[in-house]
Design a protein around this ligand. Structure first.
Ligand SMILES: [Mg+2]
Length: 116
């Protein structure tokens, strides 16, 4: 699984919870690094923040879908506006989860995609 999150505290908390649940996790903290990682390796799932340095999450998602990378992507963000949720799903996200969220629910929603 790839975690793309620029807030170090949030990233560490999510990473810890995922590792506790026996998932292998790579972490990157900006949009450009996310694109490189997603193209370099076949992840079962990408957890993608929207507010990111260099390229925001919408741009990352659009770019990887434009180049037909099929990896499932779940947007994780504090942006709860309807237009953002629609924009994210329209851009090719498989799910849109609003922070703060419960890790158990995130994993339950994505259990089939996110194999440990
Ligand atoms: Mg952010």
């Amino acid at each position: 699984m790839l975690l793309v999150e620029d807030d170090r505290m949030i990233a560490q908390a999510i990473e810890l919870a995922l590792k506790d649940a026996s998932y292998a996790v790579d972490c990157v903290s900006d949009g450009r690094a996310a694109e490189v990682s997603v193209r370099a390796q076949q992840y079962g799932l990408v957890l993608l923040d929207l507010g990111l340095p260099h390229l925001d999450g919408f741009e990352v998602l659009r770019n990887i879908r434009d180049s037909e990378v099929p990896t499932p992507v779940v947007i994780i963000t504090a942006r709860d506006a309807l237009e953002d949720r629609i924009r994210g799903l329209d851009a090719g996200a498989d799910d849109y989860v609003i922070k703060p969220f419960e890790m158990g629910e995130l994993l339950a929603r994505n259990a089939r995609r996110a194999s440990p």
